[in-house]
Design a protein around this ligand. Structure first.
Ligand code: ZN
Length: 262
């Protein structure tokens, strides 16, 4: 199907993590950009995922999946990570020797990981798998030049504004909270503005960090959308966590909405 997918199992979890700015100082700029954006999307998606108590309960607790939906514990980690990335991603891109900012990015990656490792992520990730898997000839700056690649964090982020415009009506206060955590003054925002406010904050940071302008900038056009939808539909592990159910027709509109942002 030319679609990536994720695998997860308790035995695949690491026993130790080393959170040290030295490990990432020599990352090429676009690698740092894409990994930083992946962290931000992990946090915003787990904060806005379908709440755990709105999912069908399994027969007994041992049958619960790893991804539980948003919950009060994962919310704490996600809410910490969003401002940490928003405040520090430009600093690390502009000055790789800024260990204070780099340390905050690494801590944010760990915090967001604890959040989404329990809550799960949703449509930006679910839609990213065919975006990465169907790549034709896009070769990002700073990555190995011998084969085309749409990096994971880039594939996720390019879907994010379109997705949050769609999911915001399911829980406007959550989406406004995410925008507020990114540094937006949401005091005058109405519930019906929530999707646009959060999408706007993401698009603004995409532009400032040098992210491509939507899926059209990495080689996709409207003719690819049916295939992108077909590659997203099987990603139940994450798509079922969308706070607003998305069928094939919805996904088609989401991919079309992700083609170009400015
Ligand atoms: Zn990710």
């Amino acid at each position: 199907m030319h679609a990536k997918t994720g695998i997860a199992h308790l035995e695949l979890r690491p026993v130790m993590g080393i959170v040290d700015p030295n490990n990432t100082r020599s990352l090429p700029k676009m690698v740092a950009t894409c990994t930083g954006w992946d962290v931000l999307c992990h946090a915003i998606e787990s904060l806005t995922a379908l709440p755990f108590d709105q999912r069908a309960a399994p027969d007994h607790p041992g049958l619960r999946p790893a991804y539980q939906g948003s919950n009060p514990i994962s919310d704490i980690w996600a809410a910490q990570a969003i401002p940490m990335v928003s405040r520090n991603i430009l600093r690390v891109l502009e000055d790789p020797s800024d260990d204070q900012a780099r340390g905050q990015m690494l801590l944010a990656a760990s915090f967001a990981g604890m959040g989404f490792g329990n809550a799960g992520v949703h449509l930006p990730h679910g839609m990213s798998y065919p975006v990465s898997g169907m790549v034709r000839n896009f070769v990002p700056e700073g990555y190995p030049p011998d084969h085309p690649l749409i990096p994971h964090g880039m594939a996720v982020t390019l879907n994010a504004p379109a997705v949050f415009r769609f999911t915001a009506p399911a829980n406007p206060p959550r989406h406004l909270y995410a925008a507020q955590l990114m540094g937006v003054d949401t005091s005058g925002a109405r519930p019906e503005d929530a999707g646009e406010v959060l999408a706007g904050a993401i698009v603004d940071l995409m532009r400032r960090t040098g992210m491509p302008n939507g899926l059209s900038a990495v080689g996709y056009g409207p003719d690819d959308v049916d295939h992108l939808v077909a590659g997203t539909l099987p990603q139940h592990r994450v798509t079922k966590l969308s706070p607003r159910p998305a069928d094939a027709a919805d996904l088609k509109q989401l991919f079309l909405g992700a083609m170009r942002y400015w």
